[in-house]
Write a protein that binds this ligand. Structure first.
Ligand SMILES: Nc1nc2c(ncn2[C@@H]2O[C@H](COP(=O)(O)OP(=O)(O)OP(=O)(O)O)[C@@H](O)[C@H]2O)c(=O)[nH]1
Ligand SMILES: [Zn+2]
Length: 371
């Protein structure tokens, strides 16, 4: 490759790959795009200008409307609550009435006021045509833990906006991130003095995950293991609404007593929807919906977690078999499907109280938990 002065300088920096190595990869561009959406900046996806309704400003909405007629892409879950027809499989493209302002868009995206202001329709939705860009945009919003509602408008690329091709974005969002160990240190715990905390970092710019290794479990035997999804409210604040805090401590205590075990602390708060959306879900639960219905009304699936991470981390730590502490059969099958033999499911039953009993019943009735 011919190099200008600037390029030649780059080449000195890159020892092996040449100057192109300095250009962001697809994974890196996606990570940037997530940050853009969270800040309220639109991104370009497959020839569409795509903005997250949750973070869109009135000025940017006005600027988008000046360029043409946008549609609002929402999930079929959210469309169902809004009584809008979803012709595109898992999603719907809602047409914007001429007077639709940011308040209108937010009301469609966020179910907080659904009961107070029930009728948003009738909503007209589009059918036919290629929806790859819309699907990719919804996937990107979810992976940024934003409400899955994206304002979409075909537009020429604008300078400075992050640009992504729709098909590759969709494929990459389904791709498993590689986990690299970054640091580990001895960390004596109340439940087990002989413990180490390992930090793992994914290559996709996503959240770091942790492994607490108790004792020195032999790598050639099934390890007593728990995959624990982050729950700030339960783990840190001692919330009575769920069973997470008591489960975390019960698992660590059991491993401490056994003298060995591995607890993976996966930063998938709120079953993968993030703490802000979990609080939106709690607000809906206070209005009478159960934990599954609340997720659906927000436009999410019941469980948006990626349990492949758990299998990948166990493998990175050198284990290929586990005695898994869980009541969730999906965790067992996901591990088994990804190369970890589960030789035993160890139940992890914690006390009920008047605040968590409905939640536990719903997990048993709708999510197949063995409680
Ligand atoms: N969206 C949502 N997430 C919740 C709610 N209550 C708890 N959570 C989250 O649910 C997850 C529970 O994680 P785990 O205890 O590891 O998993 P589990 O599916 O309950 O399975 P077990 O291994 O049997 O505990 C955590 O990420 C919590 O933050 C809720 O009402 N809505
Ligand atoms: Zn919890």
């Amino acid at each position: 490759m011919e190099l200008s002065g600037r390029g030649a300088m780059f080449q000195i920096v890159t020892e092996t790959g040449g100057p192109m190595t300095l250009i962001p990869t697809l994974t890196e561009t996606i990570s940037r795009a997530r940050a853009d959406l969270r800040m309220g900046l639109p991104v370009m996806i497959g020839g569409y200008l795509a903005a997250a309704v949750e973070t869109l400003s009135p000025e940017r909405l006005q600027a988008m409307r000046a360029l043409g007629q946008p549609v609002l892409a929402i999930t079929a879950r959210r469309a169902e609550t809004l009584k809008a027809r979803a012709y595109d499989g898992g999603l719907a493209r809602v047409q914007l009435p001429g007077d639709a302002d940011l308040r209108w868009l937010r009301a469609l995206a966020d179910p907080a006021d659904d009961l107070r202001v029930p009728l948003k329709g009738p909503l007209a939705t589009e059918r036919g045509g290629d929806v790859t860009a819309h699907r990719a945009a919804i996937g990107l919003a979810k992976s940024a833990q934003l409400l899955p509602a994206m304002l979409m408008l075909p537009a020429p690329a604008l300078p400075g906006l992050t640009e992504l091709a729709a098909g590759p974005l969709l494929a990459q969002l389904a791709h498993e991130a590689a986990m690299a160990p970054v640091a580990a240190a001895r960390l004596p715990l109340q439940s087990a003095e002989n413990s180490r905390l390992h930090i793992f970092r994914p290559d996709d710019g996503g959240a770091e995950h942790y492994a607490i290794e108790i004792g020195a479990p032999p790598r050639d035997a099934p390890v007593l293991a728990r995959l624990h999804s982050a729950c700030f409210t339960g783990d840190v604040l001692g919330s009575l609404k769920c069973d997470c805090g008591p489960q975390l401590h019960a698992a660590l205590n059991a491993m401490g007593q056994a003298g060995q075990g591995v607890l993976l602390y996966l930063n998938q708060e709120g079953r993968g929807i993030g703490l802000a959306n979990k609080m939106r879900a709690y607000d809906l639960q206070n209005q009478g919906f159960d934990t599954v219905e609340a997720n659906h009304r927000l436009g999410f699936e019941d469980d948006e977690r990626d349990f492949r991470i758990g299998a990948a981390l166990l493998k990175r730590l050198g284990f290929d078999a586990a005695r898994l502490m869980t009541n969730n059969p999906r965790k067992v099958s996901m591990l088994e499907g990804h190369g970890i033999a589960v030789t035993e499911r160890v139940p992890l039953i914690t006390p009920r109280n008047r605040h968590n009993t409905g939640y536990l019943d719903t997990k048993a009735e709708k999510s197949g938990h063995l409680l």
